[in-house]
Design a protein. Structure first.
Length: 256
């Protein structure tokens, strides 16, 4: 049976979960041949559905109806709030209400001078109405986009030099370093020897950034996750691969 298009699934679901419905959620639909069953999980205010090929939109709608209590019980609290400061190693990001902005307007800017010992301070400003409704999923999503914009702006200045230092220390280098924002993969190594890093690494402490970078550098010699790969990676990390992997799994990103 042919997999339904993502658009077809969304069309069936459209209108069912608008404001006023218990879910009231933005839906992200992913059809994957590696999925064995239909699952639903929250990523911030977005409900992410993953399903194997061949599941009809009506079946998805029925799944959500039958599991609505469990799904809504797992809905996360709003991620962002007025007065919040996201403290990273070199930068921080403040979320503030700004009287200079129109009620519904939101803007991102850099502070005129560095404070709190940071190289760069970013400010996400919300007008009065946007600030009052910051728990709203659309406002949360907009703030999240601005947070990721800060990461994309800062990553080349702070992540790329660290990547080059790790390469020099290990004695291996990719053909090229690039940045690619990904939630699922914080780094990737292509068969042609190019390494892509997620700007989200800016939110990690330095030791976990190094773990991701060294993991990808190890793939230059071992394009798998075999015992040989882990031996190389562990050597690059001074015997701390397992420890750092556990720390990364326990880390809670400030963005979704």
């Amino acid at each position: 049976m042919e997999a339904p298009s993502i658009g077809a699934v969304r069309e069936v679901l459209s209108g069912r979960y608008r404001s006023g419905h218990p879910l009231d959620a933005e839906l992200s639909v992913r059809v994957s041949r590696t999925s064995r069953r239909l699952t639903a999980r929250w990523k911030g205010p977005v409900l992410c559905l993953s399903m194997p090929p061949g599941i009809a939109g009506a079946t998805v709608a029925d799944f959500l109806t039958r599991n609505i209590k469990a799904i809504t019980a797992r809905r996360p609290e709003p991620r962002f709030r007025i007065g919040m400061v996201v403290d990273c190693t070199e930068i921080d990001i403040s979320i503030v209400e700004s009287s200079r902005l129109d009620d519904e307007r939101m803007e991102l800017w850099r502070a005129g001078e560095a404070v709190r010992g940071k190289e760069t301070n970013y400010i996400i400003g919300l007008g009065a109405e946007a600030a009052a409704n910051i728990a709203d999923r659309d406002v949360q999503t907009a703030v999240n986009r601005m947070m990721l914009s800060c990461a994309r702006h800062a990553a080349p200045a702070w992540i790329l030099p660290l990547a080059r230092q790790c390469a020099a220390r290990t004695g291996v280098s990719p053909r090229r370093w690039t940045f690619k924002d990904s939630v699922r993969n914080l780094g990737s190594c292509s068969g042609t020897g190019e390494i892509a890093l997620s700007p989200r690494l800016i939110f990690l402490p330095v030791e976990l950034r190094e773990y991701i970078i060294c993991h990808e550098l190890a793939h230059l010699s071992e394009m798998n996750h075999s015992a040989a790969f882990h031996s190389v990676c562990d050597g690059y990390l001074g015997g701390r691969e397992a420890e750092l992997r556990r720390k990364l799994r326990a880390f809670s990103f400030p963005v979704f």
